[in-house]
Each structure stands twice: as structure tokens, then as C-alpha cells.
Design a protein. Structure first.
Length: 80
């Protein structure tokens, strides 16, 4: 099973769990540069044995009201 990707969220994550059973899920943050205001991509690991055949709802608890990234993302044209 591939992880769930969560993009464009400026908030810090307090915890992630499966709704209804309470299993805490692990996650990884990629592509977040310490000097940039652009958020990284959060990959949430969802174990296949914890998935319900009819659907699984994942709850993401943030450190405050959701704050989405509003900036424009462009390709890097020069590193000089």
C-alpha cells in the first residue's frame, strides 16, 4: 500500500490516527527546506491490515486552525 500524501499545509502535526479504532499512524515529512516558507509533503503510512473494506477515515490533528500554503510554486531557474 502506498502512503497517503498531504500537501500544502503550513501547520505542524500533533498526531494522526484512524477514526473509530484510534490506531496512531506514523508519518514522514519530505521536501521541507528549513529556510523556505513552502511546506513540505507529509506522507502518512496506512497499514493494509488496519484498512476497512468499506472505507477508512484518517484524522489529522493540527497545532491550530488549518493554514494552507497560498504562494505560487515555480521551477528553480537559477541557483546563483
Amino acid at each position: 500500500m502506498k502512503p497517503i500524501a498531504l500537501k500544502g499545509i503550513n501547520n505542524n502535526i500533533a498526531r494522526i490516527r484512524i477514526v473509530g479504532e484510534g490506531t496512531l499512524l506514523s508519518y514522514r515529512l519530505f521536501d521541507k527546506l528549513y529556510w523556505s516558507d513552502k511546506p513540505g509533503i507529509v506522507y502518512i503510512d496506512l497499514p493494509p491490515e488496519r484498512m476497512d473494506k468499506n472505507g477508512t477515515i484518517v484524522s489529522v490533528l493540527l497545532d491550530g486552525p488549518v493554514s494552507e500554503y497560498q504562494g505560487e510554486v515555480k521551477a528553480v531557474e537559477s541557483n546563483l
